[in-house]
Design a protein around this ligand. Structure first.
Ligand code: GDD
Ligand code: MG
Length: 354
């Protein structure tokens, strides 16, 4: 049996105000909580047991996903009293694993949308006999990531988390946030204190001579750290560019969830998602955008990557590309929101207060 640990801690501050009450993994992407896509992809790759290692707002995961049987999984939840960091979170759930000391255990960062061939990563791990195997991807600006130079066999030479100086930027290969650990390596992480797998465990293993193997895979990959990236990811799921068995419906230009209503002359394209109970009225033109449940949109032009929060009402507005309208706003005739602007939750209304 293959099992996995999914890291869903951290505060997700960069997605605020969208996620004040909703942890990032539960924000809908292509109509279902983002985490569903990661769970369903792992299941499709043969993973049966997943431990969710979390440090915040843990109480929302279990009521939604339960024991995981709806996804064909056995799911368990472990909540840290204080955030333990990525390595500490992994160590903290070790007692829940069933794997033997030499068995492979998958570990996923909880904020990544990817088409990674998970079986290929496990196969690489097993054929190379590595202690840890890492999915690597290439990006144009690697500064926000962990840099992972490798030799020509893929063996990892160094791990440099968030390089600070130009000299430290020695490669465009970065840690893509999916690993296979030999079970015994997990047990060797110190217990009961914060540990960063990126800053402490990987560099420590390398200096002790351990075998870390990189697998460069140039499949679809996106870190969902910003609202704009989140909307991009959601649209790519709908368009089928980011493969996920959990998209509720057929992939195409648009995804209209059951109970949403869309007027016959409204135009939806570019991977637009219209959430449950949302209403898109006559004349609306919406491109590559996510309309969260309960929103009402009439005669508006919504730019690509824009996000309209729950219960917001938009009439006769132009919302620029990448703008984020938080929940419970009311924007009427003539409102124009600039590209990438953010309107916090409940910030603008025209009707009287309730
Ligand atoms: N349970 C738990 N506890 N999870 C945590 C904690 C913690 O204390 N801290 C972080 N996590 C989870 C986050 O929720 C996320 O899913 C994952 O671990 C990575 O943490 P981030 O805070 O998102 O790190 P990052 O995006 O700056 O960098 C990481 O991801 C990059 C790829 O997107 C690193 O792993 C980089 O090396 C990597 O390149
Ligand atoms: Mg991240």
């Amino acid at each position: 049996m293959t099992e996995a640990i999914l890291l869903v801690g951290g505060k997700g501050t960069r997605l605020r105000p969208l996620t004040v009450h909703t942890p990032k993994p539960m924000v809908p992407a292509a109509g279902v909580p983002f985490l569903t896509h990661q769970l369903a992809r792992a299941r499709a790759a043969g993973v049966e047991h997943i431990v969710l290692a979390t440090s915040y707002l843990a109480e929302v995961f279990e009521p939604y996903f339960g024991d995981g049987s709806a996804l064909g999984l056995h799911l368990e939840y472990v909540t840290e009293e204080e955030p333990l960091g990525t390595g500490g979170a992994i160590r903290n759930v070790a007692s829940r694993l069933h794997s033997g000391p030499d068995d492979p255990v998958l570990i996923f960062n909880g904020d990544i949308l990817t088409g990674l061939d998970i079986r290929a990563l496990v196969d690489t791990h097993e054929t190379t006999g590595a202690d840890v195997s890492l999915h690597l991807t290439k990006v144009t600006d690697p500064r926000a990531y962990g840099l992972v130079p490798t030799d020509d066999t893929g063996r990892v030479l160094a791990f440099l988390e968030k390089p600070q100086t130009p000299e430290e930027i020695v490669t465009d290969q970065i840690n893509a946030g999916a690993y296979v650990f030999r079970r015994s390596v997990i047990d060797s992480i110190p217990l009961g204190r914060p540990v960063s797998v990126e800053r402490e465990t990987f560099p420590g293993l390398l200096s002790a001579g351990a075998h870390l193997q990189g697998m460069v895979d140039s499949t679809y990959w996106l870190d969902l750290g910003t609202p704009a990236a989140f909307v991009r990811g959601s649209a790519d799921l709908v368009l089928g560019r980011a493969p996920s068995p959990a998209v509720p419906g057929r992939c195409g230009d648009r995804l209209v969830l059951p109970t949403a209503r869309v007027a016959s002359d409204a135009k939806l394209a570019g991977g637009t998602v219209v959430g449950e109970g949302a209403f898109v009225a006559e004349g609306a033109r919406i491109f590559g955008s996510t309309i969260l449940p309960g929103a009402v949109i009439t005669d508006s032009l919504i730019g690509t990557r824009a996000r309209v929060g729950r219960r917001s009402v938009l009439t006769g507005t132009v919302i620029g590309d990448g703008a984020v309208i938080g929940p419970d706003n009311e924007l009427l005739e003539g409102a124009r929101i600039w590209c990438d602007a953010r309107i916090p939750a409940g910030a603008v209304r025209f009707s009287s207060d309730q």
